[in-house]
Write a protein that binds this ligand. Structure first.
Ligand code: ATP
Length: 345
C-alpha cells in the first residue's frame, strides 16, 4: 500500500497542454477515481502515476518519496488498460505468470500456487489452461486484473477497464473489482468517464476538466455539494440558474432569473444583495406539488426508466430536466422546489 501525491503536475506534448496543473493526494488503501469527459487528462494523470509518462513540471511522490523519474518497473504498480491486452498466444496461467516477471511471488508461494490463488481471487479458478479467446470479455479483464495483481503491487491503476463490456458485465466486473480492492486493501486509482460508475465505486473522486482538477471529495460531497457549474452538470444531472441577488433575509436569498424571483438557501455561500449567483437544483428536487419557487415547464421528450420517468423540458429558453414518478398526461406542467434543495455554487 502506498500514499500517492501529485504536486503541481503539468504535462505538455509539443504545444498541446494535456495537464495544466494537477495536485492531489490518494490515501493508502483508498479507492480513488479520476472522472471527467474525453480529453480532460485522466489517462495522462494515470500514466504519470504509473511512470509511463513523465511530468513536464511537478512531482509525483509515493509515501513521501519523489518517484517522478522512477521507471514503471521500479514503482511496484499494477496496471490494467482499457483493451484486454492479454497475450493471445499464451494461456491464462501464462498471462498471469507474466505479471511475476520482475518479482518473486509473495509469502514464499511457488509461481503455480500464486497463479492459482490469483485465479481464485478473480473468480476464475481452474481456468489456467484456457486460451484468452476462449474467455468472455469480462473474464479476459479478470485475467488482466490477476496479472496486474500478481506481484502484490503497492498501487493498482485501472484505465477504463470496463469500457469494452456491455452494461451487465460492467456491473459484475465493477463489483468484483471493488470486492478485490477491499480484500487486498490496495491503493487504487481508477479512470472512467462515467460519473455514475465513479459515484458507485469510489471512496473519493477527482472530477477533471480541461487538464485540471475541478473538485475532489467523497461521492456524497461531490454530488450534494458541487463547487463549480461544471461539476454540478457533469456529476448527475442538474438544472442551473444564474442571476442577481435582489434580497437577503438571514440565510435566504431572493434571486432574479428571467424575470422570476426564486428563494434559495445561501448555504455556505458568502453573497450579498447585488451579487450575481449561480445555483442548481437536482431533477428529483423539482416537484409538481412543491409550495415554493413554482415555474412552468413546457415538456419535450420523456424517458421511462422503470419506477421513475426522466422528462426534458424548457423554461425561459433553458433546458430543464425533471424526474417524476409517472409521466404526466399533459405537455405543460408547473413545478417548484424547496429553498433548501437549491445548491448555491
Ligand atoms: P479519454 O477519456 O478520451 O481517454 P482522457 O481524459 O484520458 O481522455 P488524455 O488521454 O489524458 O485524456 O488526454 C488529455 C489531452 O492530451 C488530450 O487533449 C489529448 O489529445 C492530449 N494527449 C494525450 N496524449 C498525447 C500524446 N501522446 N501526444 C499529443 N497529445 C496527447
Amino acid at each position: 500500500m502506498a500514499r500517492i501525491e501529485l504536486d503541481g503536475v503539468r504535462k505538455t506534448f509539443d504545444d498541446a497542454v494535456a495537464l495544466s496543473e494537477v495536485s492531489l493526494t490518494v490515501e493508502e488503501g483508498e479507492f480513488f477515481t479520476l472522472v471527467g469527459p474525453s480529453g480532460c487528462g485522466k489517462t495522462t494523470t494515470l500514466r504519470t502515476i504509473a511512470g509511463l509518462s513523465s511530468p513536464t513540471e511537478g512531482t509525483v511522490r509515493f509515501d513521501g518519496e519523489d518517484v517522478s523519474d522512477t521507471p514503471v518497473e521500479d514503482r511496484n504498480v499494477g496496471v490494467v488498460f482499457q483493451s484486454y491486452a492479454l497475450f493471445p498466444h499464451m494461456t491464462v496461467a501464462e498471462n498471469v505468470r507474466y505479471g511475476l516477471r520482475f518479482t518473486d511471488p509473495p509469502r514464499g508461494l511457488t509461481v503455480d500456487e500464486r497463479v492459482e490463488e490469483l485465479l481464485e481471487l478473480v473468480d476464475l479458478p481452474g481456468m489456467g489452461d484456457r486460451e484468452p479467446d476462449e474467455l468472455s470479455g469480462g473474464q479476459q479483464q479478470r485475467v488482466a486484473l490477476a496479472r496486474a495483481l500478481a506481484p502484490a503491487p503497492d498501487v493498482l491503476l485501472l484505465d477504463e477497464p470496463m469500457s469494452a463490456l456491455d452494461a451487465r458485465l460492467r456491473e459484475q466486473l465493477r463489483r468484483a473489482i471493488k470486492r478485490i480492492q477491499q480484500e487486498l486493501d490496495v491503493t487504487t486509482v481508477y479512470v472512467t468517464h462515467d460519473q455514475e460508475e465513479a459515484l458507485a465505486v469510489s471512496d473519493r473522486l477527482a472530477v477533471m476538466h480541461g487538464g485540471g482538477v475541478e473538485q475532489v471529495g467523497t461521492p456524497v460531497e461531490v454530488y450534494e455539494r458541487p463547487e463549480t457549474e461544471f461539476v454540478a452538470s457533469f456529476v448527475g444531472e442538474n438544472n442551473v440558474f444564474s442571476g442577481p441577488v435582489t434580497d437577503r433575509e438571514g440565510d435566504e436569498l431572493a434571486v432574479e432569473v428571467e424575470g422570476e424571483t426564486f428563494h434559495v438557501d445561501a448555504g455556505d455561500a458568502d453573497v450579498a444583495v447585488g451579487d450575481s449567483v449561480t445555483f442548481c437544483v437536482r431533477p428529483v428536487a423539482l416537484d409538481t406539488d412543491a409550495g415554493h419557487n413554482r415555474f412552468p415547464v413546457a415538456l419535450g421528450t420523456t424517458e421511462y426508466l422503470g419506477g421513475t420517468t426522466r422528462l426534458y423540458g424548457e423554461w425561459a429558453g433553458r433546458e430543464m430536466v425533471l424526474r417524476l414518478p409517472e409521466p404526466p398526461d399533459t405537455d405543460a406542467i408547473t413545478v417548484g422546489f424547496d429553498p433548501a434543495d437549491a445548491i448555491v455554487l
